[in-house]
Write a protein that binds this ligand. Structure first.
Ligand SMILES: Cc1cc2nc3c(=O)[nH]c(=O)nc-3n(C[C@H](O)[C@H](O)[C@H](O)COP(=O)(O)O)c2cc1C
Length: 321
Protein backbone atom coordinates (compact mmCIF):
# COMPACT_ATOMS: atom_id res chain seq x y z
CA UNK A 1 0.00 0.00 0.00
CA UNK A 2 1.47 3.30 -1.18
CA UNK A 3 3.06 5.24 1.67
CA UNK A 4 1.88 2.65 4.20
CA UNK A 5 3.71 -0.63 3.70
CA UNK A 6 7.30 -1.37 2.72
CA UNK A 7 9.87 -4.16 2.68
CA UNK A 8 10.16 -4.62 6.49
CA UNK A 9 6.39 -4.51 6.85
CA UNK A 10 5.91 -7.10 4.13
CA UNK A 11 8.50 -9.34 5.79
CA UNK A 12 6.61 -9.07 9.08
CA UNK A 13 3.39 -10.12 7.30
CA UNK A 14 5.21 -13.04 5.72
CA UNK A 15 6.46 -14.21 9.09
CA UNK A 16 2.80 -14.41 10.05
CA UNK A 17 1.96 -16.47 6.96
CA UNK A 18 1.12 -14.04 4.12
CA UNK A 19 1.53 -16.20 1.02
CA UNK A 20 2.19 -13.48 -1.56
CA UNK A 21 3.31 -9.91 -1.06
CA UNK A 22 3.15 -6.95 -3.44
CA UNK A 23 5.21 -3.76 -3.50
CA UNK A 24 3.46 -0.44 -3.34
CA UNK A 25 2.56 0.85 -6.80
CA UNK A 26 5.31 2.43 -8.88
CA UNK A 27 5.08 4.52 -12.03
CA UNK A 28 5.97 2.77 -15.30
CA UNK A 29 7.23 6.06 -16.68
CA UNK A 30 9.47 6.73 -13.68
CA UNK A 31 10.91 3.20 -13.93
CA UNK A 32 11.88 3.80 -17.53
CA UNK A 33 13.68 7.02 -16.49
CA UNK A 34 15.69 4.87 -14.03
CA UNK A 35 14.39 7.13 -11.25
CA UNK A 36 16.27 6.19 -8.06
CA UNK A 37 13.41 7.01 -5.69
CA UNK A 38 11.02 4.81 -7.67
CA UNK A 39 13.49 1.95 -7.68
CA UNK A 40 13.90 2.30 -3.92
CA UNK A 41 10.18 1.50 -3.60
CA UNK A 42 11.02 -1.84 -5.22
CA UNK A 43 13.51 -2.84 -2.50
CA UNK A 44 13.18 -6.54 -1.83
CA UNK A 45 14.62 -9.37 0.19
CA UNK A 46 15.77 -12.66 -1.34
CA UNK A 47 13.61 -14.30 1.33
CA UNK A 48 10.51 -12.68 -0.13
CA UNK A 49 9.11 -15.23 -2.55
CA UNK A 50 6.76 -15.08 -4.33
CA UNK A 51 6.90 -11.31 -4.63
CA UNK A 52 4.95 -9.14 -7.03
CA UNK A 53 5.76 -5.60 -8.13
CA UNK A 54 2.82 -3.35 -8.87
CA UNK A 55 3.03 -0.81 -11.64
CA UNK A 56 0.73 1.94 -12.87
CA UNK A 57 0.58 3.66 -16.23
CA UNK A 58 -1.46 3.87 -19.42
CA UNK A 59 0.78 3.49 -22.46
CA UNK A 60 1.11 -0.18 -23.49
CA UNK A 61 4.71 0.19 -24.73
CA UNK A 62 5.77 1.88 -21.47
CA UNK A 63 4.00 -0.74 -19.40
CA UNK A 64 5.73 -3.51 -21.38
CA UNK A 65 9.09 -1.84 -20.79
CA UNK A 66 8.30 -1.59 -17.06
CA UNK A 67 7.33 -5.27 -16.97
CA UNK A 68 10.68 -6.19 -18.56
CA UNK A 69 12.54 -4.12 -15.97
CA UNK A 70 10.58 -5.75 -13.14
CA UNK A 71 11.24 -9.24 -14.51
CA UNK A 72 14.92 -8.34 -14.92
CA UNK A 73 15.05 -7.22 -11.26
CA UNK A 74 14.00 -10.73 -10.19
CA UNK A 75 10.35 -10.28 -9.27
CA UNK A 76 8.12 -13.33 -9.65
CA UNK A 77 5.00 -11.50 -10.87
CA UNK A 78 4.05 -8.07 -12.15
CA UNK A 79 0.70 -6.57 -11.17
CA UNK A 80 -1.11 -3.71 -12.92
CA UNK A 81 -2.95 -1.14 -10.85
CA UNK A 82 -6.45 -0.60 -12.29
CA UNK A 83 -7.95 0.40 -8.96
CA UNK A 84 -6.27 3.56 -7.72
CA UNK A 85 -8.91 6.29 -7.38
CA UNK A 86 -6.73 9.31 -6.55
CA UNK A 87 -6.90 12.17 -9.09
CA UNK A 88 -3.12 12.30 -9.55
CA UNK A 89 -3.17 8.73 -10.91
CA UNK A 90 -6.71 8.22 -12.25
CA UNK A 91 -6.72 11.75 -13.76
CA UNK A 92 -3.84 10.79 -16.05
CA UNK A 93 -5.70 7.76 -17.42
CA UNK A 94 -3.95 5.26 -15.12
CA UNK A 95 -5.24 3.35 -12.08
CA UNK A 96 -9.00 2.93 -12.11
CA UNK A 97 -9.33 5.01 -15.31
CA UNK A 98 -8.10 1.99 -17.24
CA UNK A 99 -11.38 0.28 -16.37
CA UNK A 100 -13.46 2.83 -18.29
CA UNK A 101 -12.79 1.03 -21.56
CA UNK A 102 -11.97 -2.70 -21.32
CA UNK A 103 -10.11 -2.42 -24.65
CA UNK A 104 -7.58 -0.02 -23.10
CA UNK A 105 -7.11 -2.38 -20.15
CA UNK A 106 -6.63 -5.33 -22.53
CA UNK A 107 -4.11 -3.45 -24.70
CA UNK A 108 -1.91 -2.80 -21.66
CA UNK A 109 -2.05 -6.42 -20.52
CA UNK A 110 -1.44 -7.82 -23.98
CA UNK A 111 1.71 -5.70 -24.44
CA UNK A 112 3.02 -6.70 -21.03
CA UNK A 113 2.21 -10.41 -21.35
CA UNK A 114 4.07 -10.51 -24.66
CA UNK A 115 7.09 -8.76 -23.15
CA UNK A 116 7.74 -11.05 -20.17
CA UNK A 117 7.53 -14.67 -19.12
CA UNK A 118 6.51 -13.96 -15.49
CA UNK A 119 2.74 -13.83 -14.81
CA UNK A 120 1.02 -10.47 -15.39
CA UNK A 121 -1.86 -9.90 -12.97
CA UNK A 122 -4.45 -7.14 -12.50
CA UNK A 123 -5.83 -5.34 -9.47
CA UNK A 124 -9.17 -3.63 -10.18
CA UNK A 125 -12.26 -2.20 -8.52
CA UNK A 126 -15.95 -3.00 -9.10
CA UNK A 127 -15.95 -0.27 -11.76
CA UNK A 128 -15.66 3.48 -12.20
CA UNK A 129 -19.02 4.45 -10.66
CA UNK A 130 -22.50 3.07 -9.96
CA UNK A 131 -23.47 3.28 -13.67
CA UNK A 132 -20.28 1.53 -14.77
CA UNK A 133 -19.86 -1.52 -12.56
CA UNK A 134 -18.04 -3.34 -15.33
CA UNK A 135 -15.48 -5.45 -13.44
CA UNK A 136 -16.73 -8.67 -15.12
CA UNK A 137 -16.24 -7.13 -18.61
CA UNK A 138 -12.79 -5.81 -17.73
CA UNK A 139 -11.83 -9.15 -16.17
CA UNK A 140 -12.89 -11.03 -19.33
CA UNK A 141 -10.95 -8.58 -21.51
CA UNK A 142 -7.73 -8.81 -19.51
CA UNK A 143 -8.01 -12.60 -19.13
CA UNK A 144 -8.26 -12.93 -22.93
CA UNK A 145 -5.29 -10.58 -23.27
CA UNK A 146 -3.10 -12.83 -21.10
CA UNK A 147 -3.66 -11.82 -17.46
CA UNK A 148 -2.83 -14.71 -15.13
CA UNK A 149 -5.11 -13.61 -12.23
CA UNK A 150 -7.27 -10.70 -11.15
CA UNK A 151 -7.90 -9.12 -7.76
CA UNK A 152 -11.22 -7.32 -7.33
CA UNK A 153 -11.82 -4.68 -4.64
CA UNK A 154 -15.62 -4.60 -4.35
CA UNK A 155 -15.99 -0.81 -4.41
CA UNK A 156 -16.27 1.60 -7.34
CA UNK A 157 -13.85 4.45 -7.90
CA UNK A 158 -16.65 6.86 -6.95
CA UNK A 159 -17.02 5.17 -3.56
CA UNK A 160 -13.33 5.58 -2.72
CA UNK A 161 -13.28 3.80 0.68
CA UNK A 162 -16.85 4.57 1.78
CA UNK A 163 -19.63 2.05 2.33
CA UNK A 164 -18.85 -1.64 2.22
CA UNK A 165 -17.15 -3.74 -0.42
CA UNK A 166 -19.77 -5.49 -2.56
CA UNK A 167 -18.99 -9.20 -2.54
CA UNK A 168 -21.55 -10.02 -5.24
CA UNK A 169 -19.50 -8.31 -7.96
CA UNK A 170 -16.45 -10.36 -6.94
CA UNK A 171 -18.63 -13.49 -7.24
CA UNK A 172 -19.73 -12.33 -10.69
CA UNK A 173 -16.13 -11.85 -11.81
CA UNK A 174 -15.31 -15.33 -10.49
CA UNK A 175 -18.09 -16.78 -12.65
CA UNK A 176 -16.89 -14.78 -15.68
CA UNK A 177 -13.25 -15.80 -16.07
CA UNK A 178 -11.25 -19.03 -16.08
CA UNK A 179 -8.26 -17.49 -14.24
CA UNK A 180 -7.84 -17.20 -10.44
CA UNK A 181 -9.85 -14.40 -8.83
CA UNK A 182 -8.75 -12.86 -5.52
CA UNK A 183 -11.32 -11.07 -3.37
CA UNK A 184 -10.48 -7.78 -1.68
CA UNK A 185 -12.17 -5.29 0.61
CA UNK A 186 -12.78 -4.94 4.35
CA UNK A 187 -11.25 -8.28 5.43
CA UNK A 188 -10.00 -7.53 8.94
CA UNK A 189 -10.87 -10.74 10.78
CA UNK A 190 -10.98 -14.49 10.12
CA UNK A 191 -14.78 -14.28 10.10
CA UNK A 192 -14.73 -11.77 7.26
CA UNK A 193 -12.16 -13.85 5.38
CA UNK A 194 -14.41 -16.91 5.57
CA UNK A 195 -17.34 -14.82 4.40
CA UNK A 196 -15.32 -13.56 1.42
CA UNK A 197 -14.50 -17.16 0.41
CA UNK A 198 -18.06 -18.38 0.97
CA UNK A 199 -19.94 -15.57 -0.76
CA UNK A 200 -17.65 -15.07 -3.75
CA UNK A 201 -16.08 -18.47 -4.43
CA UNK A 202 -12.79 -16.57 -4.78
CA UNK A 203 -9.47 -18.41 -5.00
CA UNK A 204 -7.65 -16.21 -2.50
CA UNK A 205 -7.94 -13.06 -0.44
CA UNK A 206 -6.02 -9.82 -0.62
CA UNK A 207 -5.71 -7.90 2.63
CA UNK A 208 -4.79 -4.23 2.84
CA UNK A 209 -5.87 -2.11 5.79
CA UNK A 210 -6.71 -5.19 7.86
CA UNK A 211 -2.97 -5.95 8.10
CA UNK A 212 -1.95 -2.45 9.24
CA UNK A 213 -0.92 -2.75 12.87
CA UNK A 214 -2.19 -6.34 12.95
CA UNK A 215 0.18 -8.35 10.72
CA UNK A 216 -0.84 -11.51 12.63
CA UNK A 217 -4.18 -11.43 10.75
CA UNK A 218 -2.63 -13.87 8.25
CA UNK A 219 -1.78 -16.36 11.02
CA UNK A 220 -5.27 -15.97 12.50
CA UNK A 221 -7.03 -16.59 9.17
CA UNK A 222 -4.83 -19.60 8.37
CA UNK A 223 -5.50 -21.04 11.83
CA UNK A 224 -9.26 -20.63 11.44
CA UNK A 225 -9.16 -22.23 7.98
CA UNK A 226 -7.22 -25.18 9.38
CA UNK A 227 -8.74 -25.66 12.81
CA UNK A 228 -11.82 -23.44 13.08
CA UNK A 229 -10.27 -21.30 15.79
CA UNK A 230 -7.68 -18.50 15.85
CA UNK A 231 -4.94 -18.19 18.45
CA UNK A 232 -5.43 -15.52 21.14
CA UNK A 233 -4.31 -12.04 20.11
CA UNK A 234 -0.68 -11.25 20.96
CA UNK A 235 0.03 -9.82 24.41
CA UNK A 236 0.81 -6.11 24.62
CA UNK A 237 4.56 -6.75 25.05
CA UNK A 238 4.59 -8.95 21.97
CA UNK A 239 2.90 -6.18 19.99
CA UNK A 240 5.56 -3.78 21.32
CA UNK A 241 8.35 -6.11 20.20
CA UNK A 242 6.93 -6.40 16.67
CA UNK A 243 6.51 -2.63 16.51
CA UNK A 244 10.05 -1.92 17.67
CA UNK A 245 11.52 -4.63 15.45
CA UNK A 246 9.81 -3.01 12.49
CA UNK A 247 11.09 0.45 13.51
CA UNK A 248 14.68 -0.85 13.73
CA UNK A 249 14.45 -2.62 10.36
CA UNK A 250 12.99 0.47 8.70
CA UNK A 251 15.61 2.73 10.26
CA UNK A 252 18.40 0.44 9.02
CA UNK A 253 16.93 0.36 5.52
CA UNK A 254 15.96 3.99 5.04
CA UNK A 255 17.97 5.76 7.74
CA UNK A 256 16.57 6.76 11.13
CA UNK A 257 15.16 10.11 9.95
CA UNK A 258 12.95 8.64 7.21
CA UNK A 259 12.33 5.36 9.04
CA UNK A 260 10.91 7.11 12.09
CA UNK A 261 8.72 9.36 9.99
CA UNK A 262 7.26 6.29 8.29
CA UNK A 263 6.78 4.76 11.75
CA UNK A 264 4.63 7.64 13.01
CA UNK A 265 1.55 6.42 11.16
CA UNK A 266 2.39 2.71 11.43
CA UNK A 267 2.87 2.98 15.20
CA UNK A 268 -0.65 4.42 15.56
CA UNK A 269 -2.01 1.34 13.80
CA UNK A 270 -0.36 -0.95 16.36
CA UNK A 271 -2.26 0.74 19.21
CA UNK A 272 -5.58 -0.17 17.52
CA UNK A 273 -7.79 -2.12 19.92
CA UNK A 274 -5.90 -1.15 23.09
CA UNK A 275 -7.38 0.97 25.86
CA UNK A 276 -6.12 4.59 25.76
CA UNK A 277 -4.84 4.01 22.21
CA UNK A 278 -5.76 7.64 21.41
CA UNK A 279 -3.21 8.88 23.97
CA UNK A 280 -0.50 6.70 22.41
CA UNK A 281 -1.41 7.98 18.93
CA UNK A 282 -1.23 11.62 20.00
CA UNK A 283 2.35 11.07 21.14
CA UNK A 284 3.35 8.72 18.29
CA UNK A 285 2.73 11.31 15.58
CA UNK A 286 5.41 13.53 17.16
CA UNK A 287 8.25 11.01 17.58
CA UNK A 288 11.60 12.18 16.18
CA UNK A 289 13.96 9.29 16.97
CA UNK A 290 14.04 5.56 17.49
CA UNK A 291 14.73 6.26 21.20
CA UNK A 292 11.50 8.34 21.39
CA UNK A 293 9.50 5.43 19.97
CA UNK A 294 11.17 2.90 22.28
CA UNK A 295 10.35 4.98 25.36
CA UNK A 296 6.76 5.53 24.22
CA UNK A 297 6.17 1.88 23.31
CA UNK A 298 7.69 0.60 26.57
CA UNK A 299 5.47 2.92 28.60
CA UNK A 300 2.30 1.99 26.66
CA UNK A 301 2.52 -1.72 25.80
CA UNK A 302 2.78 -3.00 29.38
CA UNK A 303 1.45 -6.34 30.70
CA UNK A 304 -1.44 -4.42 32.31
CA UNK A 305 -2.55 -2.76 29.04
CA UNK A 306 -6.09 -3.94 28.31
CA UNK A 307 -7.70 -4.51 24.95
CA UNK A 308 -11.01 -2.86 24.13
CA UNK A 309 -13.85 -5.13 22.90
CA UNK A 310 -13.95 -5.64 19.09
CA UNK A 311 -16.20 -3.03 17.42
CA UNK A 312 -19.70 -4.31 16.72
CA UNK A 313 -19.04 -7.43 18.74
CA UNK A 314 -17.56 -9.18 15.69
CA UNK A 315 -16.34 -12.57 16.86
CA UNK A 316 -12.94 -11.94 15.39
CA UNK A 317 -11.29 -15.12 16.63
CA UNK A 318 -13.76 -17.73 15.52
CA UNK A 319 -15.10 -19.11 12.29
CA UNK A 320 -18.40 -17.28 12.71
CA UNK A 321 -18.88 -14.37 10.30
C1 LIG B 1 -3.01 4.10 2.30
C2 LIG B 1 -3.43 3.14 1.21
C3 LIG B 1 -2.56 2.89 0.17
C4 LIG B 1 -2.92 2.00 -0.84
N1 LIG B 1 -2.04 1.76 -1.87
C5 LIG B 1 -2.37 0.85 -2.81
C6 LIG B 1 -1.44 0.51 -3.85
O1 LIG B 1 -0.32 1.05 -3.94
N2 LIG B 1 -1.83 -0.42 -4.76
C7 LIG B 1 -3.07 -1.03 -4.70
O2 LIG B 1 -3.37 -1.89 -5.53
N3 LIG B 1 -3.95 -0.73 -3.76
C8 LIG B 1 -3.63 0.19 -2.82
N4 LIG B 1 -4.54 0.48 -1.83
C9 LIG B 1 -5.86 -0.19 -1.83
C10 LIG B 1 -5.81 -1.49 -1.06
O3 LIG B 1 -4.89 -2.39 -1.65
C11 LIG B 1 -7.18 -2.19 -1.03
O4 LIG B 1 -7.59 -2.48 -2.33
C12 LIG B 1 -8.25 -1.37 -0.35
O5 LIG B 1 -7.76 -0.67 0.77
C13 LIG B 1 -9.43 -2.26 0.09
O6 LIG B 1 -8.96 -3.40 0.78
P1 LIG B 1 -8.81 -3.44 2.39
O7 LIG B 1 -10.20 -3.20 2.95
O8 LIG B 1 -8.29 -4.82 2.64
O9 LIG B 1 -7.87 -2.36 2.76
C14 LIG B 1 -4.20 1.37 -0.82
C15 LIG B 1 -5.06 1.63 0.24
C16 LIG B 1 -4.71 2.50 1.25
C17 LIG B 1 -5.68 2.76 2.38
Amino acid sequence: MAGATNLPYRMLCRRFGAGLTVTEMVSAKALSFRDGKTWSLLERSPLEEPLSAQVFGTVPAEMAEAARAIEGAGFHLVDVNMGCPVPKIAGSGAGCSLMKDPRDAAAVIEAMARAVSIPVTVKMRAGWDEERRNAPDVARAVASAGAAAVTVHGRTRAQLYSGRADLSIIAEVKRSVPIPVLGNGDVDSPGKALRMFRETGCDGIVIGRGALGTPWIFRDILAVLRTGEAPPPPAAEEVRDHLLGLARDLSRLRGEYTGIRLMRKLSCDFAKGFRDGARFREAAVHIETLADLEALARAFFTPERERTPAPGGEPSRTAAA
